[in-house]
Design a protein around this ligand. Structure first.
Ligand code: SAH
Length: 253
């Protein structure tokens, strides 16, 4: 049965109109007609089996018939992904994978070395929606417009641990440089962050600047972590860090 995200309230027996693209998808692409069913969810009212109750030209209406799944109570600690936009297809990949891996909030961050500064929020929303539909999530992640690093960190809810993915140690003379300043292995750090809301921060292709690294390292509630001895591409680092967090602190247990 096709699965669609809709904005309307889902109430048994109360019809709602599909947007044109979804109407086209169901009636033309899937060739469904009045009486045929699809699964629908809106991020609030769980998942429903809904029947097409009217089709007229490009318009179609559905009526929720039966609730298939209840909206889950917010399970486990929430995960935020803060990432510096990279090239278009890699950024799309990050948004898609963050959705699949259960991030509740996705925040693009413009850092000093961020090359791609135009953020297409509508495009991200579409990707997150499609990934939510595909992945059977009943909620969709919230996407925010890009912010500078300071503002993005300030916008985090209080008590959120910042997991700063830092390929550190590159500045031998800086306080965080050399062997002593190396970030701790991420798994080790997560042992101490179970049950706590977390935000994972991933830098751009060029990494963080020394000023940013100094600022981040001095910030309370920041945990610089290492993802091992290899420098990963930003999109790989994002997936690796979210995976490890879900396994150790999230809802995979
Ligand atoms: N050009 C930079 C690398 C940037 S990689 C350099 O050579 O130093 C992009 C981002 O991925 C980094 O800012 C960091 O957030 C994350 N990342 C990549 N590899 C990592 C690692 N081994 N440990 C922690 N974070 C890593």
């Amino acid at each position: 049965m096709p699965r669609l995200f809709v904005n309307s309230d889902l109430v048994a027996g109360t019809p709602f109109e599909l947007d044109e693209e979804q109407a086209k998808y169901l009636t033309r692409v899937m060739r469904l007609g009045v009486g045929d069913a699809a699964r629908v969810f809106n991020g609030r009212d769980g998942e429903w089996r809904a029947e097409i109750s009217a089709v007229a030209g490009r318009r179609a209406e559905m009526t929720p018939a039966e609730q298939l799944r209840q909206q889950p109570a917010q399970g486990g600690a929430p995960l935020t992904l803060l990432f510096a936009p990279v090239k278009k297809s890699e950024t799309d990949f990050i948004v898609e994978k963050a959705t699949e891996l259960g991030a509740g909030f996705i925040q693009p961050v413009i850092t000093e070395r961020t090359q791609s500064r135009t953020v297409r929020l509508d495009r991200f929303e579409k990707i997150a929606l499609e990934a939510s539909e595909q992945t059977e999530r009943l909620d969709i992640p919230l996407l925010a417009d890009a912010l500078g690093l300071d503002a993005a960190l300030e916008s985090l809810p209080e008590g959120t641990a910042l997991i700063f993915c830092d390929e550190a140690g590159d500045e031998a003379d800086a306080p965080w440089g050399g062997q002593s300043g190396r970030a701790q292995p991420m798994a080790q750090v997560l042992e101490g962050l179970k049950g706590q809301a977390a935000a994972i921060l991933i830098g751009p292709e060029g990494g963080f600047s020394p000023a940013e690294r100094g600022f981040l390292r001095a910030r309370e509630g920041t945990h610089p972590v290492s993802l091992g001895p290899r420098i990963l591409r930003a999109e790989t680092a994002a997936v690796a860090a979210m995976t490890l967090w879900q396994a150790m602190c999230g809802d995979w247990g």
